[in-house]
Every structure is written in structure tokens, then in C-alpha cells.
Ligand binder design. Structure first.
Ligand code: C2E
Ligand code: CA
Ligand code: CA
Ligand code: CA
Length: 277
């Protein structure tokens, strides 16, 4: 039932004030948080289906804030983006990730890293150069770096995103469309974009075991992806049933709690050690 606006405002104002204050604090403290080690990269493994071979990891940022505690990216990345600070975040995550990939290469392991991009990076004509510079600086071949862009971000204005996407693709890095299925993509556009991989949004993968509609969406994305020559990745794989169904559909790569949660650097090393021995 509709409430009087006076009542709504009385309850709402303090909360809005708190949210704005917190956002303001997060944004003003972000650079220092990067420099002082409060911001860390966690890594979630991606495995091949059906072999379960570890192909790569996705870098997922975490902030251990002295006052607010552990913050998930959904709580601060949008504020960081809105404040124009996302370059610092992307640079940090890319450096950390490429450092890991290089260390693995030195041990004879070919494991790629996937970094999440903000759609704002696609407006920045100098972004591909910075990616190339980072790859050179860390001595990592481009095919071991995946850049993930959300479907909504790319499809909002594909023509605008295209020049930077093309330049990134020309470097030889792997381009992935994240959260696929949640937007309103024209399939024709997906064909025109220089992408290599689609990641099926976890909402469909989580629902697949109980919802015929979700199951059908996942199956059709796998088929569509393959018909366009793309690698198809499923995220949100939480149980054996989902993995077995994805396997039966021919999905290429699985990521999710069944395989592993996102892990700190040291816990990832222990996880890899246990898998490879
Ligand atoms: P995303 O790119 O879609 O990342 C996948 C999210 O699903 C992660 O949440 C991951 O922890 C979670 N997840 C993984 N496996 C499972 C599972 O089996 N079940 C369920 N229920 N969830 C699973 P997280 O780490 O909280 O990240 C949230 C979002 O924040 C990411 O969504 C991404 O869009 C953004 N993000 C994370 N790191 C960065 C970053 O370095 N830069 C930018 N621009 N965005 C980032
Ligand atoms: Ca992602
Ligand atoms: Ca996703
Ligand atoms: Ca997401």
C-alpha cells in the first residue's frame, strides 16, 4: 500500500545521508587504500570441462576497510567508477594478476588471468597501449590475459566501444563478454564484436537445476556461442548437477563454488599445489 510521502521521507533521509557519506569516504580513501595494502586481489579458478584442468583464474577485488570491514566489489566499484578512479583500480588488478601469471610461467604452468574492466575504459583510446605496456613490463604473452566486459556495458553503445575493442583484440588478449544473457543483446551485434568468449550469467546457471527456462537459456547460449566460434564459460557452478548438465551441453569452461571460491593469493597457491601434485 502507498504510504504518505511525509512518512517515507522521515524514514528515508537518514539512510540516504549515511549512504552518501559512506560513498564519499570510500571514494576519498580509495587511492590510499590501494597504496597501503587494504585492497587485495582474490582469484577464482576456471577449469576446462570435462577434463577439470585449471585454465585460468578470474581476479576479483576485495577491500578490507579499517572502519567498515570487508567490502565486496559491488559496494565500492560503482562509486570508484563514478568518481573517475577506475583506471587506478584496473591498473592495480592487472599488475597483480600479471605478476601471478609470470610466476606461474616461471614454474612451467600456463594459467591465464581474467581482469574485469569498467565500461569507462572503452572510452579511453589510450587504454590498449597501457595494456600492451603492462604485458611487456611483466613479460606475459597476451593470450594469457583475458579482459571481461559486461554485456550491458558493451551493448549500451557497441559502435562507441568498437575501436578500443578492436585495438585490444589486435594485441592478442582474450576478450570476454560477462554476465551474458542479462541484457538485451542483438545476436547480430555479438557477431560483429571482436570477442572470443561469452560468460553465461550465474543467475541462469544457479537456476538451471530447478528451472526449465534457465536450463533452456543456458543451452541456447552454449549453442549460440559455439556457432559463433566462441569459448563458452559458465559461472556460478555450485553443484555436481550443474556441472554435469553443462558438460552434457558441451560448455567449455566452468567457474564457481563447486570448483573453488575466490581465494587469496596464498590460499590459491595451496589450492593449485594440491591440484597439480
Ligand atoms: P562478476 O565479474 O560477474 O564476478 C563473479 C561474481 O560471482 C564474483 O562476485 C564471485 O565471487 C561470484 N561467484 C563466483 N562463483 C560463484 C558461485 O558459484 N555462486 C555464487 N552465488 N556466486 C559466485 P564478487 O567477487 O563479489 O564480484 C562482484 C562483481 O564486482 C563482479 O561480478 C565484477 O563485475 C565486479 N568486480 C570484481 N572485481 C572487479 C575489478 O577488479 N574491477 C571491476 N571493474 N569490477 C570488478
Ligand atoms: Ca567477471
Ligand atoms: Ca559475471
Ligand atoms: Ca556481475
Amino acid at each position: 500500500a502507498a504510504r504518505s510521502s511525509g512518512e517515507a521521507v522521515r524514514e528515508y533521509l537518514p539512510t540516504m545521508g549515511q549512504i552518501f557519506l559512506r560513498r564519499f569516504q570510500l571514494v576519498t580513501q580509495f587511492r590510499q587504500a590501494l597504496e597501503t595494502g587494504q585492497v587485495k586481489v582474490h582469484y577464482q579458478p576456471k577449469v576446462a570441462l570435462p577434463s577439470r584442468q585449471v585454465l585460468g583464474v578470474e581476479a576479483l577485488v576485495r577491500w578490507r576497510h579499517p572502519e567498515f570491514g570487508k567490502l565486496d566489489p559491488d559496494e565500492f566499484v560503482p562509486a570508484v567508477e563514478a568518481a573517475g578512479l577506475v583506471d587506478a583500480l584496473t591498473g592495480f588488478v592487472m599488475d597483480q594478476s600479471l605478476q601471478r601469471v609470470r610466476k606461474w610461467l616461471d614454474r612451467g604452468l600456463r594459467i591465464s588471468a581474467a581482469v574485469n574492466l569498467s565500461v569507462r575504459s572503452l572510452d579511453d583510446a589510450s587504454f590498449p597501449e597501457r595494456v600492451a605496456e603492462a604485458l611487456t613490463r611483466h613479460g606475459v604473452p597476451p593470450e594469457l590475459l583475458t579482459l571481461e566486459l559486461t554485456e550491458s556495458g558493451v551493448m549500451a553503445d557497441p559502435q562507441r566501444a568498437l575501436p578500443v575493442l578492436r585495438a585490444l583484440h589486435a594485441l592478442g588478449v582474450v576478450l570476454a563478454v560477462d554476465d551474458f544473457g542479462t541484457g538485451y543483446s542483438s545476436l547480430a551485434y555479438l557477431r560483429q564484436l571482436p570477442v572470443d568468449e561469452v560468460k553465461i550469467d550465474k543467475s541462469f546457471v544457479l537456476g538451471m537445476g530447478t528451472d526449465l527456462g534457465d536450463h533452456a537459456v543456458v543451452r541456447s547460449i552454449v549453442e549460440l556461442g559455439h556457432s559463433l566460434g566462441l569459448t563458452v564459460v559458465a559461472e556460478g557452478v555450485e553443484d555436481d548437477l550443474a556441472r554435469d548438465q553443462l558438460n552434457a551441453m558441451g560448455c567449455d569452461v566452468a567457474q564457481g563454488y563447486l570448483i573453488s571460491r575466490p581465494l587469496s593469493e596464498s590460499r590459491l597457491e595451496a589450492w593449485l599445489q594440491a591440484r597439480t601434485t
